[in-house]
Design a protein. Structure first.
Length: 93
């Protein structure tokens, strides 16, 4: 397996793991200023499975009404010009 998600936090934060898979870690964070949620993503690397990441993000978002930060490696490109050294046909799949 290549890639993955790692999470480190300050000892003054209270962290609760809400969900974890090979492709994401979803945690609730409690601090003096309030509660929020963080989701670390490692997107599916194959073109035929990239839709799974967006379904996962939408599903997780619907479970939380408060502040939410979602970050990581989405294995997606905003623009084809950002990708170098690969077959363009393969990237668009």
């Amino acid at each position: 397996m290549a890639g993955g998600v790692g999470i480190w936090w300050h000892e003054e934060l209270t962290i609760t793991c809400m969900d974890i898979t090979l492709n994401h870690v979803d945690i609730a964070v409690e601090e003096a200023e309030g509660k929020w949620r963080f989701t670390g993503i490692y997107g599916w690397p194959t073109g035929s499975e990239k839709w799974r990441m967006w379904d996962l993000i939408m599903s997780l978002r619907n479970q939380w009404d408060g502040p939410w930060l979602c970050g990581g490696n989405f294995n997606q490109f905003y623009s084809i010009e950002k990708k170098r050294g690969d077959n363009l046909t393969k990237i668009r799949k």
